[in-house]
Design a protein around this ligand. Structure first.
Ligand SMILES: Nc1ncnc2c1ncn2[C@@H]1O[C@H](COP(=O)(O)OP(=O)(O)O)[C@@H](O)[C@H]1O
Ligand SMILES: [Mg+2]
Length: 324
């Protein structure tokens, strides 16, 4: 089957005075239309930089895509000019719902005009009819009284409603791929749940692929079909969601899952992974996880493990699995 999105060997590095940060270092995954892939991992593992790279926006000036391929519907995006990315890809075929709705909204324009802006910019409609489409999108994300609310400014909305407006902007041009980067982390728990339901129904309705970035395994479990676990710029394990939660293969994934509070389990305290994520400017030799891994051997300290196919669509990068 032809995938909607194929990322192969992606490397996005930051060239700093102090050295090179290999924020994304050889990431490969694929996503089908209508599928939700969860990209999970601790803070600093490279999730956001992966998403920004797909949008053609590696953080400037230090960040650069140095290797790899990103294909959307078979079209290579790496190497496209900024002009083509801006006019044909970003906001049109790939859209992002970011963590902080205020950074995506301009305080001095009405919400309706901001949702209409990408519709006009990409030539889907003009003038009044662009505003009508914007109102439709606001209604689709369940902003009550969308027609009247379109004339309000961002500060007149609650945090949860602002996040819906950001979602309406993202889906306004019917993108093929949605990237949601920790979209609920600024919201209260009940509002989070509502927003996740909304994302799920938008995706079912539009058939878009969804790359869902989160550090929250609970949220990922409820929304995603497949999960890719990132550590220090690499995907260390990927599997369909049931397999990953039932049979995590990589010690890092196992540690992440053990640190999840379990319903009904009598746990006196949360276990969690020992140690801290590595300094991105001086990653350990061998497997980047070895200093925190309870099973590390000499080989783990010296050689980076290969990605091992465990069957049923599960892969993990760990020497322990080599002959398992
Ligand atoms: N603008 C930047 N300049 C330099 N380094 C950056 C920049 N943005 C991110 N990084 C580095 O890239 C790595 C991955 O960051 P990020 O993708 O934001 O992690 P995550 O989203 O998983 O928390 C981190 O080590 C971070 O310090
Ligand atoms: Mg992030």
């Amino acid at each position: 089957m032809d995938k909607l999105l194929s990322v192969d060997g992606l490397k996005t590095h930051f060239f700093l005075k102090r050295g090179v940060v290999k924020a994304v270092d050889g990431v490969s995954f694929a996503l089908a239309a209508g599928e939700t892939l969860g990209l999970i991992g601790e803070s600093g593992s490279g999730k956001t930089v992966t998403g920004l790279s797909i949008l053609g926006l590696p953080p400037r000036p230090a960040g650069r895509i140095v290797a790899g391929s990103i294909r959307l519907d078979g079209v290579e995006l790496v190497g496209l000019s900024e002009r083509t990315l801006a006019s044909e890809i970003r906001g049109r075929k790939i859209a992002m719902i970011s963590q902080d709705p205020m950074s995506s909204l301009n305080p001095v324009f009405t919400v309706g005009s901001q949702v209409a802006a990408p519709i006009r910019a990409h030539g889907l409609a003009r003038g009044r009819s662009a505003m009508d489409l914007a109102i439709d999108e606001l209604a689709r994300v369940r902003v009550p009284s969308a027609t009247e609310r379109a004339g309000n400014y961002p500060h007149q909305f609650s945090g949860g409603m602002r996040q819906r407006v950001v979602a309406a902007m993202a889906i306004a041009c019917k993108p093929r791929l949605l990237i949601a980067d920790e979209p609920t982390s600024a919201l209260d728990v009940t509002i989070q749940v509502q927003f996740m339901d909304l994302i799920e129904s938008i995706q079912a309705e539009t058939g878009a692929g969804l790359l869902f970035v989160t550090h929250d395994l609970g949220v990922a479990a409820s929304l995603c079909h497949r999960i890719a676990v990132m550590y220090a710029g690499q995907i260390v394990e990927s599997a369909d969601v049931r397999t990953l939660y039932a049979n995590p293969a990589h010690p890092y994934t196992q540690g992440l899952l053990e640190s999840l509070p379990k319903l009904g389990a009598r746990q006196s305290r949360l276990s969690s992974i020992k140690g801290t994520p590595p300094d991105p400017l001086s990653l350990p030799d061998g497997c980047a996880f070895h200093p925190r891994c309870p099973h590390a051997t000499d080989r783990c300290r010296q050689q980076a493990p290969p990605s091992i196919d465990l069957g049923d669509g599960q892969r993990a990068s760990c020497w322990l699995l080599e002959n398992a």
